[in-house]
Design a protein around this ligand. Structure first.
Ligand SMILES: Nc1ncnc2c1ncn2[C@@H]1O[C@H](COP(=O)(O)OP(=O)(O)OP(=O)(O)O)[C@@H](O)[C@H]1O
Length: 703
C-alpha cells in the first residue's frame, strides 16, 4: 500500500469524524455553513429534490421518512430516486477581490519574411508552400540567426508562437549543408528531447515536412508504447534527427547496442522546464552522460513558454555560453524600440528570472467557483452550452488523474451524449449538436492514444478529456475552450494548459473550475500577472433550461420560462439524479466511482507545499466531493476497495498499479499522478546493459 493511499484513508477517517461538518477555507474550525440567501429562496419541495425519473410523474412529494422507505422499496421497482439536495449546506462562494494586473504580452508576428535569412532556397520554398508560412514570428526572428551562428540558446516565448520552427529551420539548414553529405548510416546528428509521445509525433511530423527537399536526411522518433524491436531496427538502419521522449531514449541507451552519438552535434530540449522536473532529471543526466562520452562539442538549445531560473541548473551542465531569448522580457525591459519586432537577444540569462509568463493576447480566461456537490452538473451544463447549443466548439478538459479521465469519459458519454452508439469511432467530425467525447491519458495503449490524438487533431469539434499528457506543446488547431476541472499544480502548468488554445494569434477561451475553498488560487495567478474573470455558476447551470431531457415532470408544472432559478436547480437535480442512477445501477459502477474519487483525493494530496494553503485535503468535504462522482453518500469503506485493476467491472489499469507499487517518495508519486509523461517502458529500465566505456576526462553527471 503506498503512502498516498494510506494518507487518503487517514483523511477519509478524519472526514467521517467531522460528521460532515464543513471546513472553513482558511483552516479555521469547521463551521456549519449557510447557503447564500438567493439559494434559500428555492422552494423546499424542490431542494428536497424528490426527483422522479421519467414516467413517475403521478407521484406527489412525500415526507422525508416515507421517501426513505420508498427508496428502500425502490431497490426492486425503482419508482423513485431520491437525490439529496444539491443546493443546501454548500459553503458560501467568496467574492473575489483582486486588483487587475497587467498581463505579460508578446507580439507573435513580424512582417519579416524567411527570404531575409540566409537559408537554402528549397528550404524557403518548403516553408512557404508545404507549411504555408510566409513571415516569421518574433521568436523565429530572434532565434534562427542565433542558432545559424552555431550558438547555444535558451528560448522563451509564449505558447503557440512557433518555437518548433525556431529550432527546426536552423537545424535543417545546418544539416543539409554538411559536407560530406549526411548518410543515413551516420546515425544521429541531432537529438530532440520532448516530454510526451504525442509531442514527439508532432515534432517528427514538422521535421519530416521541413526535410522534404533534403530526402537524404532521415528523421526518426522513439517513444514509449511502440515495439522496442522495431525501434531497434530503425536505429540500426540509421536516424539522423532523433526525436524522443527521455525515458524511452534512456531505455535504448541502456539496452540497444547500436545506438551511438558519435556525430551528435545538436541537442534540443523542448519544454525544457518540464523535462527538468524531478521525474525526468535522472533520465536527462543519463542522456547527457551518453552524449558527453562520445563528443566534446555540441550546440544546445532549451525552449519553453515557461523557462525560469530553475532551468539554469540544466543550463549549467548542458549549455555553453548561451544566448537568452525571451520575447516578453525584451518588451518589459524598457521603452519599445522603434520597431517592435527589432528586439535584440540578450546574452545574459537574467530575463529567465522572470516568473511572469506571457499569455496569448486573444485568450480570454475565466474561472467558475463551484461547491463540490455541484461540480459534475456544472461541468455537464458547460459542455452542453458550448458543444451542444452554441456548437462549433472544440474543447479540452484537463483532469488530475487517468482514473478521473476514464470515469468522466464513460459517465458523460452515457448520461450526456446518450451512450456509445452516438460516438462512431474513427470519424473525424460529428454532426452539429451531437456531443463527441474522446479521451487521452497515460494508461491507454499507444495505438489508441495515437488514434485519438490524430482524430482530435483533424476534428473541427469534439471534447477531449485528458490528463496533463496533453498539456505541453500539442498544436491542436481550432480548439476554442480549455477547461481545467482540476486546478494545475503550478502557474507554469496553467500557462501550458491554456496554451492549447489561442495559438499563433487565434482567439480562444479557458475556464478554471475552483471550489470555494480554493478561491485564493485566483490571487496566486494574479501574482504571476495572470488575469481571470469570473463566470457565475448559476449562469453556467442555466444552460440546462435549453435541454428538456432535464425538465422535472410533475403534475401541474408550468411551462418553462427563461432562466427561472428554481427550475434551473430542479433541472440540475434531475441531471445529478441521472448521474447517480447510472453510478448506482450496479456494484461495479459504484466501485468504479469510488476508485475515481480515491484517485482524485490522492492527486489532491500531491499539490506542492507552497499551495497547500489553497489545496489541502482537509478543506474537502468528503460527502460533497463524493456527489461529484455520482455517489450518493460519502464512501465509508474505501479501505475495502480492490487493488487497482483487479476488479472485473472496473477498468483494468495494470500499468498504473505497477507504477504505484514502484513509487518511492512523494515527488515521484506526484509526478506519476499529475503528469504521467512516462515513456511507457519506464518500469523496464532495470534490465539494463552497461553502456559503453565513457571517454576519460568527460564530465559525468550523477544519475
Ligand atoms: N511564422 C509562422 N507563421 C504562421 N504560423 C506559424 C509560423 N510558425 C509556426 N506557425 C504555426 O504556429 C503553430 C504553433 O507553433 P508551435 O507548435 O511551434 O508553437 P510553440 O511555440 O512551440 O507552442 P508551445 O509552447 O505550446 O509548444 C503551428 O501550427 C505552426 O505551424
Amino acid at each position: 500500500m503506498n503512502s498516498c493511499y494510506l494518507f487518503c484513508l487517514l483523511i477519509l477517517k478524519q472526514s467521517n469524524a467531522l460528521k460532515r461538518k464543513l471546513q472553513s477555507p482558511h483552516g479555521n474550525p469547521p463551521l456549519k455553513r449557510q447557503c447564500k440567501p438567493s439559494v434559500n429562496t428555492f422552494k423546499k419541495c424542490a431542494t428536497e429534490a424528490e426527483v422522479r425519473e421519467k414516467g413517475s410523474s403521478s407521484q406527489k412529494s412525500l415526507p422525508k421518512k416515507q421517501l426513505t422507505d420508498n427508496r428502500n422499496e425502490s431497490q426492486k421497482s425503482k419508482p423513485f430516486v431520491k437525490t439529496s439536495s444539491l443546493f443546501r449546506n454548500n459553503p458560501d462562494i467568496p467574492e473575489i477581490h483582486r486588483k487587475a494586473v497587467q498581463q505579460v504580452q508578446e507580439d507573435v508576428f513580424t512582417t519579416d519574411s524567411f527570404n531575409q535569412l540566409d537559408l537554402h532556397p528549397h528550404l524557403i520554398s518548403t516553408i512557404n508552400t508545404v507549411l504555408n508560412i510566409s513571415s516569421m514570428t518574433s521568436v523565429q526572428k530572434q532565434t534562427i540567426p542565433v542558432l545559424l551562428q552555431g550558438k547555444d540558446a535558451l528560448v522563451r516565448s509564449q505558447t503557440g508562437s512557433g518555437k518548433t520552427l525556431a529550432y527546426g529551420i536552423p537545424l535543417v539548414q545546418s544539416l543539409q549543408g554538411m559536407e560530406p553529405k549526411i548518410q543515413r548510416s551516420d546515425g544521429p546528428y541531432a537529438l530532440v528531447l520532448v516530454p510526451t509521445r504525442e509531442l514527439a509525433l508532432q515534432s517528427f511530423d514538422t521535421m519530416q515536412k521541413l526535410l522534404k527537399p533534403f530526402a537524404w536526411i532521415v528523421p526518426g522518433v522513439l517513444m514509449g508504447g511502440e515495439k522496442r524491436k522495431s525501434e531497434k531496427a530503425r536505429l540500426r538502419k540509421g536516424i539522423n534527427i532523433l526525436i524522443s521522449t527521455p525515458g524511452r531514449l534512456v531505455d535504448h541507451i541502456k539496452s540497444t547496442e547500436c545506438i551511438h552519438f558519435r556525430r551528435t552535434q545538436w541537442l534540443i530540449i523542448d519544454e525544457a522546464d518540464r523535462i527538468l522536473d524531478l521525474g525526468f532529471e535522472k533520465d536527462v543526466a543519463v542522456i547527457l552522460n551518453a552524449l558527453n562520452a562520445e563528443r566534446d562539442t555540441r550546440q544546445n538549445v532549451l525552449l519553453s513558454a515557461t523557462l525560469t531560473e530553475g532551468v539554469t541548473r540544466l543550463a549549467d551542465i548542458s549549455l555553453n555560453d548561451p544566448i537568452s531569448i525571451s520575447i516578453a522580457d525584451e518588451i518589459q525591459k524598457g521603452p519599445k524600440p522603434a520597431s517592435n519586432t527589432d528586439r535584440q537577444a540578450s546574452s545574459s540569462s537574467d530575463c529567465m528570472k522572470q516568473e511572469n509568463f506571457a499569455v496569448p493576447e486573444k485568450l480570454k480566461q475565466y474561472i467558475v467557483m463551484v461547491p463540490s456537490k455541484l461540480r459534475l452538473v456544472t461541468l455537464a451544463a458547460f459542455i452542453l452550452e458550448k458543444c451542444k447549443f452554441e456548437k462549433h466548439h472544440k474543447m479540452i478538459i484537463f483532469f488530475s488523474s487517468c482514473e478521473q479521465v476514464e470515469f468522466h469519459y464513460e459517465l458523460l458519454l452515457k448520461v450526456l451524449a446518450g451512450g456509445p452508439e452516438s460516438q462512431q469511432p474513427g470519424r473525424s467530425s460529428v454532426s452539429p449538436g451531437c456531443l463527441h467525447f474522446l479521451r487521452l491519458h497515460g494508461n491507454m495503449e499507444q495505438e489508441e492514444r495515437t488514434e485519438v490524438f490524430q482524430e482530435f487533431l483533424k476534428s473541427k469539434t469534439g471534447i477531449l478529456l485528458c490528463t496533463d499528457v496533453a498539456a505541453r506543446g500539442l498544436d491542436l488547431p481550432q480548439v476554442t475552450w480549455i477547461i481545467q476541472y482540476n486546478a494545475p499544480a503550478s502557474p507554469a502548468e496553467y500557462i501550458h494548459r491554456i496554451g492549447r488554445t489561442a495559438r499563433i494569434g487565434c482567439h480562444g477561451n479557458s475556464l478554471l473550475v475552483l471550489a470555494p475553498s480554493e478561491a485564493e488560487y485566483v490571487s496566486l495567478l494574479a501574482s504571476h500577472k495572470i488575469n481571470v474573470s469570473e463566470i457565475k455558476m448559476e449562469k453556467v447551470l442555466s444552460s440546462l433550461m435549453k435541454d428538456d431531457r432535464f425538465k422535472l415532470h410533475r403534475p401541474g408544472s408550468k411551462k418553462s420560462c427563461g432562466t427561472d432559478p428554481q427550475e434551473v436547480r430542479e433541472r440540475a437535480t434531475v441531471l445529478q439524479t441521472k448521474f447517480e442512477n447510472y453510478i448506482h445501477s450496479s456494484e461495479g459502477t459504484v466501485q468504479w466511482a469510488k476508485k475515481a474519487l480515491q484517485s482524485f483525493l490522492c492527486a489532491y494530496t500531491t499539490y506542492p507545499r507552497n499551495l497547500k494553503h489553497i489545496f489541502h485535503i482537509k478543506s474537502l468535504h468528503l460527502g460533497h466531493v463524493a456527489k461529484s462522482f455520482g455517489l450518493r453518500d460519502a464512501p465509508q469503506n474505501l479501505t475495502a476497495l480492490p487493488a487497482a485493476g483487479s476488479k472485473k467491472k472496473t477498468k483494468p489499469r495494470p500499468k498504473r498499479s505497477d507504477l504505484l507499487r514502484k513509487t518511492h517518495g512523494k515527488h515521484r508519486l506526484a509526478e506519476i499522478l499529475r503528469s504521467e509523461y512516462s515513456s511507457g517502458m519506464d518500469t523496464g529500465v532495470s534490465k539494463v546493459k552497461k553502456k559503453k566505456q565513457r571517454k576519460p576526462g568527460n564530465q559525468q553527471i550523477p544519475t
